[in-house]
Structure formats: C-alpha cells, structure tokens
Ligand binder design. Structure first.
Ligand code: ZN
Length: 748
C-alpha cells in the first residue's frame, strides 16, 4: 500500500519543483557564481537512485553488525570499497574501545511466586533475518556494571527525578530495592543513574505496550509495532558526563592511549541494569502490591499497576565480557582547490544493535548515494573549493564511540579546519526534520526550499511549513506564517554530531525525514530489511530526498564564495532562550513559594487517606532574584553586530567583493568556536558549548544555555549568577568576532 501510493504520487508530480531562476539569490554565492551552482545542483539531484539504496540496505543489514562482530568489519570494508569505486580517496581508521558484551543475564521472580524471564526475542517465520541468533547480541544494556542482586521490586514510572518525588510523598522508598521503569520520558541511561542516586540496587527497563506496542497499532510482523517479546537494547553509560570510550575521556582511543581501569570509569552504571520485553515484565508487575500507581503512570498491560515495594522479590544477575573491541571508522575525501584547508564533514554511523535496517542503514544508504553522485560530478570535472570528508562511523550505538574517538584524536586539526558537520541517522517517510547550529538556520532553510517532497510534490520546506501552520501552537503557527525562516531545533545528544558541536564547537546540523511511520522495532532484532520494506519508506523516495537535501547542503558549503553563516537568527534564538530562562526562574519561584506555604499550613495531613497515606514534600529554599543583565547586555551587542554583518554581507555579495572573501571565510569558521568555554560545563568539562548540551537528567533532550538552565532547574541558586556571566562572555565573544568580520566585509 505504502509503496503503491508513493510511486503513484511520484509519477504524477515528477519534477514539479521547478529550479529557481538564476537571478534568485543563493546564500553564500556571488551573483556571477549562482548559475553554475544551480546547474550543478540540478545535475546532482537526478543522481541518487532508490533502487541502489534498496540494494545497499539489503546488503548492509543482511546480518547483525554490532561493534566487534565479523559483519561490522565486513560492512566497513564494503563501504570503503564503495567510496573508492565512486572515485574518492578512502581509508579506515581504527580505535580500541571498551565495549562490554553480555555473558550472563538472569531476571527472575523468586517470591511470592516464581517466574523466569525468557530474555529472548523470538524468530518469526515471515522475517528472514530474525533467526540469526548465533550472531545476534542478546538483549542487554551496554555499560551496566556487573552485579548479582535480589530485592523487592518497585515500579517507578519512567524513573526520572520527578517520579521519585512522587514516590517519596507516598512513603515508597527504593532503598535496597530493584526498580522497574518504563522506557521513555528520558534517555534510558538516566534511569539507572537516578535509581542508584535514590539507593536502588538494580534496575529493569521495559517497553510498555502503551508507548510503542499494541496501543499504537498491530504488532510485528502483522504491523509495525513492538511485539510482546521485543526488547529495546541500548547503552546506559552516563553520556551526559562524556560520550565515547569510557576508558579514554578527552583523548582518542588509539593503541597507545593512556586508559582508565574499568573500575575507575565514571560513566559505567553504579547498579546492574537489564532491558526486558513487556511479555517478561507483565508477571513481575502483576506480582506487585502496595498503592495504586498514579493514573498517568499506568501503561497498556491488562493489569492493575501498583507501586510496591514487593511483595514481588526479584533476582537480577548481569555479567559482561569487558574486553576491548576494535572500531572501523570509514573515511572518504574529495580533494579541493582554493580553500582546501577548510573541511566540510558529513557522517552517518554504520554499526547497529542487530541488523539495523532503519537505525542506521536508512541514513547511511542516502549518504552513500550522495558520495556516489559527488564522485560522478568530480569525474565530470567539477572541483569543490573546500575539502569534503565523508565518514561512516562505527560504534555509535554503544556511546557515539567512533565519532567521539576520532574527534578527540584529531581535535586540533578539526578546530583549525572544520567548517561544519552534517549528520544523519535514521530516516523514514514524512517531514524534513532539522536541528543544529542557529548560525546555519538561514542556510538550511534555503536548502529545504530546493528539495522536493516526494509525496506532496512541493518543497520539503513548504510541507513542514504547512504542518506547523495546521498543527502547531499559536506561536509556532505565527512563526511559520510570518518568519522568513522555519525555526530549527537545538541539538541535544543521541547521534554522532555530539562531539563536533558539544566538544569542539564545530557548527553542526542533523537532518532526517520522518513523522509518517509508526514503529516499535527500535534497537530490536526486528529492525531489519523486512520491517523497513513493509512498514517504512518502501519506495526509498525519502531516502532519495535525504540524499538530495544533505548532498546539496554539502555542495553549497563546499562551493560557496562566502561561507553561508548568518547571525541574526542566532541572536534572535538566544533571545528566546534568555526570556525562557527568566520565566523559568519566575515559575520556579512561584511554585516553591506556594509549596512551602502548603507545607507551613499543614494541608497534607488533612488530605492524607489513612489507608494510602501521603506525606508532605520537603521544604525548598526560596528562589532568589537573579541578575540577567550581563546576558541581556551581551545580547544587545550580538544583535547589533549580527545586523551589521548582514548589511555588510549583502553589500559584499551585491558588489561581488571576492577580495575579502578569503580572510572572512577563515575567521567565519571560528564563529561557533567562540560560543565555547575552555573550562566547560560544571561537573562535566568535556561539554564546552555554552548554548547547547544534552540535559544532565534528560540525556538526549537538549538544555539550552545549559549552565544557567540546569542551575535553576536543580535549585542550585548560588551558581546561577556565575553561570549567567559565563554564558554572557561567550555571547560577547561571538559579537566581537562578528563585528570584526562585518568591518572586514566592508560594513560601516
Ligand atoms: Zn542510530
């Protein structure tokens, strides 16, 4: 059905998106260069081929290919040869990283009844790769510490800090207990971290059918959703502290690197963790008694959700093989002409938890088609101004290992040469999603306007705009209608852009289509070719759209006369973050004052049900007034220099002032670096970007102006003013740099 619909639409709309007329401005190009760039892009867009992407996906996902497996290496070598056959200069770079694989896994109910969890995803006759048990990694959470624990079970909802406040009020402690948390609500590594902080001795994480199982549709193989035995694997390393190899923080995991011992590695969990299916979770949850779980905590199983503790008592045993494994990062390079010292880097990972057709092969096959098309243009005589580097990362799934180790090993070169990093990961049908550096917001809007959506026959940009007008909040609707550019989100973590933007301050973008396909196969054995070709982009036309979008972005960055950064959107976005922080402080102040008043008035004891008693929460320190003035002053400077830069840019472009381009480009690539601070974030110095970071207690989810935001959220009021000053200093540095660039460009 999907395939038929897509191909009908395709032939009906064909090349409905007419190429822009040559005199339409193109960000980064002098008038005399626009026609050649447009012609080149028109040729490029016809090249990515859905049939080739389908074949490549079938080949790359044919067998399990996790870090350290034979097929992971085999895939890397295949990718290497593909790049070479496209005419690129390609090589593999190795790193040796800690990657634990499971040796023993036990989850069993030992009282009041007994039940032994199967911990096994079942092979399905319809699905030809689901029976490769000999090569599949068993379901587990990588970087769980080894352990053998027995204790009463407690249900903790998603296992985020707010859930523990709720439990505490109900008098439920997890001290000495094994917690069972649902997947969702935060990145998974947060769950064992917060559980251990509250004194739990073990952690189980399960996929509730309300979240990605039968509540959302038929389960696999009849439909796309998670079947009863499906398990989400995944890393639980404390990546908000630092990603990459736990033994080599801040340096590349080369053969000679100095390593921590496993016992010293701070990102390994404090308590043992295992993921389980809802088939295995149901008997455990059913054996809980105690208070009813709050309404919003209950899932989709046909049971009464209770909190415990006990009487269900669970035995959990986890033991891993902690040997080092070799990573195979694949790189390909197209040589440049005049600005070879400036690098445009594009990447997608190649390793998977199991067969990984969607995650990551759906993104990788698009990247390979881009490389093939760029190689063909090169053979036809095109030469990029800047060096283009394509990367296929290994070890993304366990903890962004391949990208992080490479970035750490080459940090100095990258700081000097990297213009931008473009990432993709999974891709499916729907809307073009973009997150990244706001200095590239204007640029990527321009790209999205020139890539056709294969189902709607309008530009990818227009389709996103339509959906925001129809489905957005009133503010989002107004923005979508009136603002020149569609807003892009900020980057948190969760894929290979993290070390580029968070650790080095390399301007980054993450691109991917999605939003029309539901699924419940994430990180399971069912994320495979059968699933993808039945329930996702079966015509591979969104794979082609991704190749077109990312490829055009690469072409424009590599060919631009003036690098296409723009700073008015950045300044305006930072302004929204600051407003947001001010209202966050006021909201927190009000909540704390009201809560403290309720406690003082003794209201909790009046409403407590003696059969299910609730105690008052703890008093909190009232929120002080904060001094946002340094940040507001820095923003004034940035607003001023960003609009000066814009005017100077327009004048330089209209006058075709190529004489200043070289010196401006060299300094423009430092603009994102200016937003970093060498001392990094408090308690996690690996993260140096002052505007974007993954949340310490959310994991993938971004925290903007993280130093300030997290100090407010966590009630560390004594740190806030200092963090405001640090963020302000970064914004001031940016303003100073941009102002100097405006002067060079010829702005008054
Ligand atoms: Zn991925």
């Amino acid at each position: 059905m999907h395939r038929l619909l897509s191909s009908l639409l395709m032939s009906a709309t064909g090349l409905a998106l007419a190429p822009a007329p040559a005199d339409t401005p193109l960000r980064g190009f002098f008038p005399q260069s626009i026609q050649a760039e447009r012609d080149l892009e028109t040729r490029f867009k016809t090249m990515p081929d859905p049939a080739r992407m389908r074949a490549a996906m079938q080949r790359l996902s044919a067998r399990p290919h996790h870090v350290g497996s034979p097929y992971d290496k085999d895939n890397a070598e295949w990718i290497l040869n593909e790049f070479k056959s496209y005419g690129w200069d390609a090589h593999i770079e190795n790193f040796d990283v800690l990657f634990p694989t499971p040796v023993e896994r036990i989850v069993e109910l030992v009282s009041p009844t007994t039940f032994k969890a199967s911990l096994q995803e079942t092979a399905l006759p319809l699905d030809p790769t689901s029976n490769q048990q000999a090569e599949q990694l068993p379901s587990y959470n990588a970087y769980s510490v080894d352990g053998d624990v027995t204790g009463p079970l407690v249900f903790v909802n998603y296992g985020v800090p707010a859930d523990y406040e709720e439990l505490e009020q109900r008098g439920v402690s997890v001290k000495g207990a094994i917690v069972i948390a649902k997947y969702g609500g935060s990145w998974r590594g947060i769950k064992p971290k917060v559980a251990a902080e509250h004194g739990a001795i073990g952690c189980l994480i399960y996929s509730d059918p309300r979240d990605d199982g039968y509540a959302g549709g038929d389960v696999f193989p009849k439909g796309p959703m998670r079947p009863a035995q499906g398990v989400q694997r995944g890393s639980v390393a404390d990546m908000p502290v630092y990603p990459g190899d736990p033994l080599t923080p801040g340096v590349g995991a080369t053969k000679s690197a100095k390593r921590l011992s496993v016992a010293q590695a701070p990102t390994i969990t404090k308590i043992p963790v295992l993921p389980i299916s809802y088939g295995d979770a149901q008997p455990l949850l059913e054996a809980l008694s105690g208070a009813l779980a709050p309404g919003s905590w209950r899932g989709g199983l046909p049971i009464t959700y209770r909190l415990g503790p006990g009487p269900a008592k669970v035995h959990l045993r986890v033991k891993s093989d902690w040997s080092l494994k070799t990573l195979y990062d694949v790189f390909a390079r197209l040589p440049a002409t005049t600005e070879a010292d400036q690098w445009i880097i594009r990447g997608n990972h190649h390793d998977a938890w199991v067969n990984g057709a969607q995650d990551p092969i759906s993104g990788l096959v698009a990247e390979l088609e881009e490389a093939r098309a760029l190689g063909a243009l090169y053979k036809q005589g095109w030469r990029p101004k800047r060096t283009i580097i394509y990367a296929a990362w290994d070890g993304e799934e366990p903890g962004l290992l391949g990208s992080t180790e490479w970035v750490e090993a080459h940090a100095d070169e990258l700081k000097a040469h990297a213009v931008a990093y473009l990432n993709s990961d999974t891709n499916s049908r729907g809307y073009l999603g973009v997150e990244g550096s706001h200095s590239l917001e204007k640029f990527i809007n321009g790209v999205a306007m020139d890539v056709e959506d294969p189902e709607a026959g309008v530009s990818s940009w227009r389709r996103v705009q339509a959906s925001r007008i129809l489905n957005g909040s009133p503010e989002a609707r107004k923005d979508a209608r009136d603002r020149e550019d569609l807003r892009i989100g900020a980057l948190g973590s969760g894929s290979d852009y993290s070390s580029f933007i968070d650790h080095l301050g390399v301007a980054s973008l993450n691109l991917g289509y999605g939003g029309e396909d539901e699924g419940g196969i994430y990180h399971s054995i069912y994320d495979d070719f059968y699933w993808f070709t039945h329930f996702s982009d079966s015509a591979f036309v969104y794979e082609r759209a991704l190749a077109q979008a990312a490829g055009i972005a690469v072409l424009r960055l590599a060919n631009a006369d003036l690098l296409p950064f723009a700073f008015t959107n950045l300044a305006e976005t930072i302004q929204t973050y600051v407003k947001d922080l001010q209202s966050l402080r006021d909201r927190r102040a009000e909540q704390i004052a009201e809560r403290n008043r309720q406690i003082d008035e003794g209201l909790y004891k009046f409403i407590s049900d003696p059969r299910e008693p609730v105690t008052a929460p703890r008093r909190q320190q009232p929120a002080p007034q904060l001094n946002f003035a340094p940040l507001l002053n820095a923003l004034d400077s940035l607003n001023h220099s960003a609009s000066r830069y814009d005017k100077a840019y327009d004048r330089a472009v209209s006058e075709g002032r190529s004489s200043v381009a070289k010196s401006v480009n060299e300094r423009l690539i430092q603009a994102e670096r200016a937003l970093t601070s060498t001392e990094g974030l408090k308690n996690r110095p690996w993260y140096v970007h002052m505007l974007y970071a993954p949340g310490f207690y959310t994991g993938y989810g971004v925290k903007t102006i993280p130093g300030v935001r997290e100090a407010i959220e966590q009630g560390e009021w004594q740190n806030v003013d200092r963090e405001i000053v640090r963020a302000a200093a970064a914004v001031e540095r940016e303003a100073t740099l941009i102002s100097a660039l405006a002067t060079t460009l010829g702005g008054a």
